[in-house]
Design a protein around this ligand. Structure first.
Ligand code: GRG
Length: 348
């Protein structure tokens, strides 16, 4: 019998094997190299997520798998201060949306969680490093992230920069070394796609236009500029999270195309919601400084089109994203539908 993340999460729809994946000891972690995937419990596709409650249970269970895998992915080693700094931010919580999307896309097209987990972890490493660098005094100069003091506040600026650099390079090494059970050309395609989404045509490009737009003369930052920033700074990594999972799971080109469009829509929606939350949520709810966009005079969806229109745009994008999922297995597709709803309704 195969077990699924969902059935295990739902406590009793199917009997499940007991977990071998207890939190690894420091010794375990030190020896994690090369056998990390042994800790991901055997799971396969067909998550049966038919209500919001079941989706919540599903995502909680998937997140527990992700936390375990992340803990093992960056073991302590000399120089310990660097490992500590990397682990401090990587294991500081966070919603784990990127790895969850990667795993769900892989399972949707028939792949297993084991195949996509190294890439899922790598995506979270890259996302975490971008947060560490974004919080630096020379960038957004933030003191709090994920409800904790930012990396540079704890480890100092030099270490925070280097921890980010180390997480970035480790991410690519990790995909290449730890992905098992798929052809080398698929792994290579994922590495190339992730590289593109992170570099000057992706995340870094988006961040640069964002910085250049700050304090720009009124009217010069248009909705198109904002779309570029969001699609690159935030959307690109969300997009590759979905497509990389699909590639590793053995998706056809047509399926990859549909999932790419799904991801582009949820990616933009994610950032529109982020802009909304910056105005409406508290710092405690967000785990980071709220109201920052307005304080620094940043153009956002609410500032350019108003709050109600921003909400309508987010809902429209989520609806378009879901349309791209039509034609997929109606049961296996539910986690991606649930993730789209979660992105629209999230409170942090
Ligand atoms: C990637 C080489 C490289 C450099 C980084 C600093 C920088 C260049 C880019 C900034 C990227 C950035 C911080 C984008 C914002 C993305 C975003 C909306 C982050 C919040 O994501 P959540 O809500 O956070 O998923 P959690 O904490 O839940 O993971």
């Amino acid at each position: 019998m195969t077990t699924t993340a969902a059935t295990r999460a739902m406590g009793g729809r199917a009997r499940v094997a007991p977990s071998r994946g207890a939190r690894p000891t420091r010794g375990d972690r030190a020896g994690a190299r090369g056998r990390v995937m042994g800790r991901v419990r055997a799971v396969s596709a067909t998550p049966d997520v038919s209500s919001e409650q079941e989706f919540n249970a599903y995502i909680k269970n998937v997140n527990a798998e992700i936390e375990r895998a992340l803990d093992a992915s960056v073991p302590m080693h000399y120089p310990e201060r660097l490992s500590e700094s990397m682990r401090y931010s990587l294991l500081a919580g966070g919603k784990r949306i990127r790895p969850a999307l990667c795993l769900a896309a892989c399972e949707l097209v028939g792949g297993t969680m084991e195949v996509a987990m190294p890439t899922a972890c790598a995506l979270e490493m890259i996302h975490t490093m971008s947060l560490i660098h974004d919080d630096l005094p020379s960038m957004d100069n933030d003191d709090f992230r994920r409800g904790k003091p930012t990396n540079h506040k704890v480890y100092g600026e030099e270490m925070a920069i280097l921890a980010g650099d180390a997480l970035l390079s480790h991410a690519f090494e990790y995909i290449g070394r730890e992905t098992k059970g798929v052809s080398a050309d698929k792994v290579l395609r994922v590495i190339v796609d992730v590289g593109k989404c992170v570099g000057s045509e992706g995340l870094v490009g988006g961040q640069v236009v964002d910085i250049m737009s700050e304090g720009a003369d009124e009217g010069t930052v248009t909705i198109d500029t904002l779309k570029y920033i969001h699609a690159h700074k935030t959307g690109a990594l969300l997009e590759v999270s979905v497509t990389a999972g699909a590639i590793l799971g053995g998706a056809s080109e047509e399926q990859i195309g549909k999932l790419e469009r799904y991801a582009q829509n949820i990616g933009l929606a994610f950032q529109v919601v982020d802009d909304i939350l910056d105005c409406t949520a508290t710092s405690e709810e967000l785990g980071k400084t709220a109201g920052k966009d307005m304080a620094v005079g940043k153009s956002t969806y609410p500032s350019l089109v108003g709050m109600e229109e921003s909400k309508r745009i987010a809902a429209d994008l989520i609806s378009k994203a879901k349309q791209e999922l039509e034609g997929f297995d109606p049961v296996k597709v539910k986690p991606l539908i649930g993730l789209a709803d979660y992105i629209q309704n999230r409170k942090n």
